[in-house]
Structures are given as structure tokens and as C-alpha cells.
Write a protein that binds this ligand. Structure first.
Ligand code: ATP
Ligand code: MG
Ligand code: MG
Ligand code: MG
Length: 324
């Protein structure tokens, strides 16, 4: 093809290594000529051969180019910000690409910011009648009274991914350590009701506003919850594609995800995470507008299980960017 792609990976600490791991997979499978730029943990950029070396190393602590980096932007047809978490998944880099007039893969500024902020996202979904897990929100420095629901709780930063900064607080534990851990990553923190006997079901969506859905997948694991180590250590989690659930629940998950995608104004893609409680209640947990593309990641596997191979998936994302 004659489409030239600029892949941007790395980003701040938190999901930096996850992003570089995602980028290795995407670079190997992208059916268009692709160049790489890496944002180091210090916020400076690496270009050309330095970026490739960072990818091999799996981490870039320090960059060399101050923002905005000296990249011939007009040379590219589509940018692919394959960055997870703040700066890359929350609308910040999307705004810069808008200013450049460079089409990019994935959701726009507002939608990215909304999906990244778990508190605001849940408020919008709740207003639309989509079931979400009960929660309360605290900003740094505010009093943190007992929430109006029973433990266990999940304490999470409003704007992270990969379970970074998330802890489970059981009835016999106090929440101070969990709150401190979450506030280390964000000025806003959610305390959520822990769903007991939870089944974790995920679905992959593709499209601009009007999405189509993959089959539903399920994740099982031996850990206390689906934490960072369980997500990225091969063999720790089992992915079931498709999930062993009734066709009714599968269809409800797909329809709810597609409806929420439209409400949140998502373009490109999203991986939508659901919880099914031991009592059979279904909740939409969260939206990921730049899901992982690592070897253990669910998004490309869900599409593969739905008949869409990895290189074709990447091509469709590029085509959706050009039509956004
Ligand atoms: P991702 O890597 O999918 O972006 P994330 O960091 O955005 O994850 P969540 O998906 O909200 O975080 O939560 C991470 C994990 O923590 C869940 O997959 C689940 O195992 C557990 N968890 C979070 N909230 C709850 C809850 N309310 N009840 C039960 N388990 C929960
Ligand atoms: Mg997430
Ligand atoms: Mg995420
Ligand atoms: Mg999740």
C-alpha cells in the first residue's frame, strides 16, 4: 500500500512498557509502511533508530527531542497513537494531532477524555440507563467518609489503566493504604463496590460511532483480582474465546457496548469490560479507547476469534481514521 503510518508509543510511567509491548506487535503486523516515534518516561521523544532501540529494550527512560519533536508530519497519512493512559489515551495527543490536521487511529479529544476518566464516564453511562457498579469519588485532600455500600471496595485512580494504582479493600482492612496508592497516580479517586463472585467479560468494538462487536470473551485467573502482574505475565490469566455464557447475556453485552460506544462518541475502537455478578447482574465496568495490543492482550484476540485477523484489523483501523 502507499499509506504511510506514524506509530507513536511509550508515554509516561504507568503503562509505558505495556505500550512498547503493544507497539512491537503492531509494527510486526501492520500492512502499511510504518515509522515509529517513542515518548520516553521523561516526556522527551526518540525518533528513527533511537526509537527502534527503545522498542527492543522495552523501555525508554530518557528521550532526546523536546516537544514538539522535529517530525515531518506531512509525510504521513495516518498517525497511530498506541499510548495507554494519561497523555496518550485521554485526548491530549489527540488534540495535538487535530492541530496538525493529521488523521489518527482511535477516538477524538472529547471521547478519549470521557472514556479515560472513570468517574465522568460512569456518570454519563448511568444517566443513559446503562448499569454501572455503585461508586463514590474523592479529590485529593477531601474527607473520605465510608461509602454508602458494603465492602469489599475497589479503590482506583480515575485515569489509569492496566490496574495501575488499583487495590481491593476487604472488610477487615482499612482503606488508607489503598487511597494513598491511588492518589499517587491521580488527583481524583473512585471507591467502588466490589462485585462478589465476579465474572469478567470483555468485548471488542470497531467503527466510527456506529460500531460492530466481536464475540464476548471471558478472563479467569487465580489472583485476588485482574491486577498488573496477572495481566502481563504469560500464563497467569486464561482467556476464553468465546465466553461460556448464554446467548442472551452475550447479546446483552454486545448491544449495551454498542449503545454506550455511540453515547460516548467513540471513533476507531474500544475494548469494553463488563462484570457479571454471582447473582447474575450485569454491569458495564469501563471503556478502553486504546486497548492493549500485547501478546497477552484481549482486543486483537477477540477479533481473531471473530474472524478478523490481526493485520486486517490494523488495516481497518487505518481506514476508519481516514474516514473519521
Ligand atoms: P484495563 O487494563 O482493563 O484498562 P483498568 O486499570 O482500567 O484496567 P479496571 O478494569 O477498572 O481497571 O479494574 C481492573 C480490575 O480490577 C478488573 O479487571 C477487576 O479484576 C478488578 N475490579 C475493578 N473494579 C472492580 C469491582 N467493582 N468489583 C470487582 N472487581 C473489580
Ligand atoms: Mg481501563
Ligand atoms: Mg486501559
Ligand atoms: Mg479493565
Amino acid at each position: 500500500s502507499n499509506l504511510r503510518i506514524l506509530l507513536i508509543a511509550g508515554g509516561p510511567p504507568g503503562e509505558h512498557e505495556v505500550s512498547l509491548s503493544s507497539a512491537r506487535g503492531v509494527l510486526a503486523a501492520m500492512p502499511h509502511p510504518t515509522e515509529l516515534a517513542v515518548i520516553a518516561k521523561d516526556g522527551l521523544w526518540l525518533l528513527g533508530e533511537d526509537a527502534r532501540e527503545a522498542l527492543v529494550a522495552g523501555v525508554a527512560e530518557h528521550g532526546t527531542h523536546r516537544f514538539p519533536p522535529d517530525i515531518p508530519w506531512q509525510h504521513y497519512d495516518v498517525a497511530f497513537p498506541l499510548l495507554h493512559g494519561p497523555v496518550g489515551e485521554d485526548g491530549v495527543i489527540q488534540g495535538f494531532l487535530e492541530l496538525l490536521g493529521l488523521p489518527y487511529v482511535g477516538a477524538g479529544v472529547t471521547s478519549s477524555a470521557l472514556c479515560m476518566d472513570k468517574d465522568l464516564c460512569k456518570r454519563v453511562l448511568h444517566q443513559a440507563g446503562i448499569p454501572v457498579v455503585p461508586w463514590v469519588t474523592f479529590y485529593k485532600g477531601e474527607p473520605t467518609p465510608e461509602p454508602p455500600f458494603k465492602p469489599p471496595y475497589f479503590v482506583k485512580p480515575a485515569n489509569t489503566g492496566s490496574s495501575v494504582g488499583i487495590s481491593k479493600v476487604r472488610a477487615d482492612q482499612d482503606a488508607h493504604k489503598a487511597l494513598a496508592q491511588a492518589f499517587a497516580w491521580d488527583h481524583k479517586v473512585l471507591v467502588e463496590q466490589g462485585i462478589e463472585g465476579v465474572r469478567e467479560l470483555e468485548v471488542a468494538l470497531l467503527g466510527n460511532i456506529h460500531a460492530r462487536s466481536s464475540v464476548v470473551g471471558e478472563i479467569t485467573y487465580q489472583a485476588e483480582f485482574y491486577d498488573y502482574e496477572t495481566k502481563y505475565t504469560p500464563g497467569r490469566a486464561q482467556l476464553h474465546l468465546p465466553a461460556s455464557i448464554s446467548p442472551e447475556i452475550a447479546e446483552r453485552i454486545q448491544a449495551t457496548a454498542i449503545e454506550a460506544y455511540r453515547i460516548l462518541g467513540v471513533r476507531g475502537m474500544a475494548r469494553v469490560d463488563f462484570f457479571l455478578s454471582g447473582q447474575g447482574e450485569l454491569y458495564l465496568n469501563e471503556f478502553n479507547t486504546i486497548p492493549g495490543f500485547t501478546p497477552t492482550s484481549m482486543y486483537p484476540k477477540l477479533w481473531q476469534a471473530s474472524g478478523l485477523a490481526y493485520p486486517e484489523l490494523l488495516d481497518q483501523l487505518v481506514q476508519l481514521a481516514l474516514r473519521a
